[in-house]
Design a protein around this ligand. Sequence first.
Ligand code: NAP
Length: 265
Amino acid sequence: MDLGIAGKWALVCGASKGLGLGCAQALAAEGVNLVINARGEAALQQAAQAVRASASAVQVVAVAADITTPEGRAAVLAAPGGPGSALDIVVTNAGGPPPGNFRDWDRQAWLDAVNANMLTPIELIRATVDGMAERGFGRIVNITSGAVKAPIDILGLSNGARSGLTGFVAGVARSAIAARGVTINNLLPGRFDTDRLAATLQAGAAHTGRSLQAERQAQQARIPAGRFGTPREFGAICAFLCSVQAGYITGQNLLADGGAYPGTF
Ligand code: NAP
């Protein structure tokens, strides 16, 4: 299927690896020009090269910056394809907050989580959504977490901060921008095979006393699909949400979790 977005410009944050890179690669395969972002310069440049190699017709601009800071966002938004020259698609993403026990989290830990996983996406939406509406096309996809629908006790910082973003998006997606070609959706990963998952598995193994392999198998066995998802699968869903065909999908929270969420709705 031709997604109808070739030649458009997308900003993909947290795109040097994992789910963000999966989204960048899927968009590039559709002919979308990219501004990709992550903090680590070397891995980001490597990712940019890999995307260019797989989709030679697209332009890829790499901006190494911390997207959770005002300076980082300014650098990313000043890049080619940024507000001056019109972003059509924005994929918000940053690392998730650390797991732990809520009794150990002080006010600063909460402020950091809210800044990274709620206020940063909101700032990026604020900076780009009106331009998209003026031009009559826009797609914003926020990478959040399955924990928004099925909270995990040790991920309290994530549960809380991302729920704030989810509530905000539910309102703004249904505002006047909806009639002007702009959609905003949240894409909720369950368990995907990325570096972040590897770190979670290691922590799980340390907690349960299992070997890493045994922990991996135990976690996969709890997923109806019997496996973890791949960044490629995640990227394909993201690209579809950014497509012309997805213009009637907005304000949604789309779970990609191999059936792990047990509810009917
Ligand atoms: P990952 O493999 O660790 O990749 C994270 C990416 O984001 C990297 O490119 C990283 O590069 C970048 N990044 C992190 N902090 C950043 C910042 N402040 N500014 C700019 N870039 C930043 O993680 P992932 O598995 O793809 O996860 C992506 C998001 O989905 C996270 O929020 C995670 O919590 C959420 N999630 C993932 C899963 C899963 O199973 N994988 C499940 C639920 C939710 P640098 O470190 O160089 O900046």
